[in-house]
Design a protein around this ligand. Structure first.
Ligand SMILES: N[C@@H](CCC(=O)N[C@@H](CS)C(=O)NCC(=O)O)C(=O)O
Length: 265
C-alpha cells in the first residue's frame, strides 16, 4: 500500500485532494507535474471525501481540489489548469471533453465495474487512502457501491447505450486528431492535449505512471473487455498512448524532491 513518504517540507506545498482513479484528478496531477509545481497528493476514499471537503469549507464535493497553506482552495481540474497557467487550450474542445466525453466514459466504465464483484474496483478506489478510510471503505462498500450506482446512474441495462455514446465521442476525437495532427492546438503540446489525453486515459489505459499504478489490479468485466479492445484500435486511443509516452512527466522522480502521498485521518 502506498505510502506516507511525505517530505519534511510538505507543509509548504499545496495539497492535491484526489479520488485516485478519477480522470479529472489525473488531469490536475498532470498539470502540476507538467509545470513542476510541488504538491502533496492526499488520496481520499469515496464517501470520506465528502466530510474532508466540507471541513475545508468548499461549496462542492467534487475532486480534484487544491488546498493551499493559507487555507484557500482551487477546486476543479479546469480551475487548476487555469491556476498553473498552462497554455495551448481550446475552450470548445475542452468543454466538450469535460462536460460530455469524460462523464460518459466514467458512467460507462463504472456501469461495467460496479456490477462485477471480481472487477477490483473497490481496491482501486481505496488504495492509498488512510488506513482508517480503507477499513471503513471496505466495511461500508456494499452501501457505497449502491450510492455510486445511483449517483452515476450506472444501471447495467444502460451499458449498450453508453458504449454507443462513447463511440460517438471517439468518432469526434478520431476525426479531430486526423484533422489537426498530433497537437490539438498549434505545434506544441498544450492544455487541450493534456485535457484530452488525461480524460481518455481510463479507456486508453497507457501503461505509464501514474495511471499504471492507479489502475493496477483492475480486472475488466466481460461486458467491457471486448469494447476496450475494439477502442484500442482507434486513432484517438493510439494518440493518447503517444501523448503519454512523449509528454507525461513520470511522477516517480518528483517524489523524493517534493511530492508524496499523505494519509489523512
Ligand atoms: N468538472 C469537474 C468534475 C470533477 C468530478 O466530477 N469529480 C468526480 C470524480 S471523477 C468527483 O469528485 N465525484 C464525487 C463528488 O462529486 O462528490 C472537474 O473538472 O474537476
Amino acid at each position: 500500500m502506498p505510502i506516507a513518504a511525505v517530505s519534511r517540507d510538505k507543509d509548504r506545498f499545496p495539497l492535491l485532494l484526489t479520488l485516485a482513479p478519477s480522470h479529472y484528478c489525473e488531469r490536475a496531477r498532470w498539470a502540476l507535474d507538467q509545470m513542476e509545481i510541488p504538491y502533496t497528493e492526499e488520496r481520499l476514499a469515496p464517501g470520506a471525501h465528502v466530510l474532508r471537503v466540507k471541513r475545508i469549507g468548499a461549496s462542492m464535493t467534487s475532486l480534484p481540489l487544491l488546498l493551499f497553506g493559507d487555507g484557500s482552495i482551487c477546486q476543479g481540474s479546469d480551475r487548476i489548469l487555469d491556476w498553473v497557467k498552462f497554455s495551448g487550450g481550446d475552450s470548445e474542445i475542452e468543454l466538450r471533453l469535460e462536460q460530455t466525453t469524460a462523464p460518459l466514459i466514467r458512467q460507462c466504465l463504472y456501469t461495467g465495474l460496479l456490477h462485477d464483484p471480481q472487477s477490483g474496483i473497490r481496491d482501486v478506489l481505496l488504495r492509498g487512502t488512510s488506513p482508517r478510510q480503507e477499513t471503513i471503505g471496505r466495511l461500508t462498500w456494499p452501501l457505497m457501491r449502491r450510492i455510486m450506482v445511483m449517483g452515476m446512474n450506472a444501471r447495467q441495462r444502460l451499458l449498450p447505450d453508453l458504449i454507443a455514446k462513447v463511440d460517438i465521442e471517439l468518432d469526434w476525437l478520431d476525426h479531430l486528431i486526423v484533422e489537426r495532427g498530433d497537437h490539438l492546438v498549434g505545434e506544441e503540446f498544450g492544455r487541450a492535449d493534456l485535457t484530452a489525453a488525461s480524460l481518455l486515459a481510463p479507456i486508453a489505459l497507457p501503461q505509464l505512471e501514474p495511471v499504471k499504478s492507479v489502475s493496477a489490479g483492475m480486472r475488466w468485466p466481460a461486458s467491457l473487455a471486448p469494447i476496450l479492445a475494439r477502442w484500442s484500435e482507434r486513432q484517438s486511443m493510439k494518440w493518447v498512448h503517444r501523448i503519454y509516452a512523449a509528454h507525461r512527466p513520470q511522477a516517480a522522480p518528483n517524489f523524493g524532491r517534493s511530492q508524496g502521498y499523505l494519509h489523512s485521518a
